[in-house]
Write a protein that binds this ligand. Structure first.
Ligand code: ASP
Length: 326
């Protein structure tokens, strides 16, 4: 059995050999670059819950607001929506029934804040913002994050909805520990925005993988993994199996590739290639979104079913991302 497994692994790795360190010119971007007509201000975000989030963020930008306020406002939309079962209120719990939330935020000056393993607070993105604005730290976690939020006037709430509790009860019948991503096609929200001044900010907020091990924290609150911006270059955010993103520090990688001259599309494809070359990508979805300083964007995923919302040039639309397997 183990020989067979090794053989399959060896063959798969052999076939993947060609994908090691692909050249920019070898990637699929030439065929499917979703960047069209760039224009500022712009907001881009993951999944279909990105549409209402973009609207809220764009309203801030159109009123002359800063990108950091826009991404926070945008992220708060799915956080407050009980229908969004992978972000904030209404999110699916871990395998022990606890809803633990992760979020991070970063502004154009490189300031950032994050919370992880936070319970009972509806807007983790705003707690992350307070960590950024009011403390000398980048991340607060668990009870410390909760205590900090309460000290800042946030309200302690029961965020597990009846529907999420029921889904957890159903899962417990088999209790199969196999974290599944993107079950309902509306996962983590990552947002990137460029305001009228050309300043870039990003936000990312999630309840993480449903039925995750208690205490598990994914990529979303990790600056450089779930999200990263550099005002000279651009920004990136990630969704999907956080472990794969953390192992490759995906969002930082995308921004650094853009710094070296890659387009947002090429950079997202390179970062996905970094995952597919040596991780078992068949069972996991990962999606990257990126924008550069000019407002051009790129998106790429492992599987075909990743989409994102782009608000640019007066239009807010949902777009299917190209993918490695699509
Ligand atoms: N990236 C998130 C995590 O790993 C989950 C997701 O986006 O699906 O926690």
């Amino acid at each position: 059995m183990s020989n067979r497994r090794n053989f399959i692994k060896g063959t798969a790795l052999g076939a993947l050999g060609a994908l090691l360190l692909p050249k920019l010119s070898d990637l699929k971007s030439s065929k499917k670059n979703p960047s069209s007509s760039p224009g500022l201000p712009v907001v881009i975000s993951t999944w279909n819950h990105g549409l209402p989030a973009n609207d809220a963020a764009m309203e801030v930008l159109m009123n002359g607001g800063k990108s950091i306020d826009a991404v926070e406002k945008g992220a708060m939309v799915p956080e407050a929506d009980p229908e969004s079962m992978s972000v904030g209120y209404g999110g699916l719990p871990d395998r022990d029934g606890h809803l633990t939330l992760d979020a991070c935020i970063m502004d154009h000056n490189g300031n950032c804040g994050a919370v992880s393993y936070l319970e009972h607070i509806k807007h983790p993105i705003s707690v992350a913002r307070k960590v950024m604005d009011d403390t000398p730290h980048v991340m607060l976690s668990g009870k410390g994050a909760l205590d900090f939020a309460l000290s800042k006037g946030f309200e302690k709430e029961d965020l597990l909805t009846e529907s999420a509790r029921q889904k957890w009860q159903e899962w417990k019948v088999e209790s199969k520990y196999q974290p599944i991503v993107n079950v309902e096609n509306h996962d983590t929200i990552g947002l990137l925005a460029i305001d009228k001044n050309g300043d870039i900010s990003g936000a990312c907020t999630t309840s993480g993988l449903s039925w995750k091990m208690h205490g598990r924290v994914g990529d979303s609150p990790i600056i450089g993994a779930g999200m990263f911006v550099d005002n000279e270059v651009g920004g990136c955010c990630a969704t999907g199996m956080g472990e794969a993103v953390m192992k490759t520090l995906g969002s930082f990688l995308v921004v650094e590739l853009m710094r070296q001259g890659a387009s947002p599309q090429e950079a997202c494809e390179q970062a996905i290639a970094r995952i597919t070359k040596n991780q078992n990508y068949k069972d996991m979805q990962i999606g990257y979104l990126a924008i550069n300083k000019k407002g051009e964007h790129g998106a790429y995923a492992v599987h075909p079913w990743f989409n994102y919302a782009l608000h640019q040039n007066g239009k807010n639309e949902l777009i299917d991302s190209p993918s490695f397997l699509g």
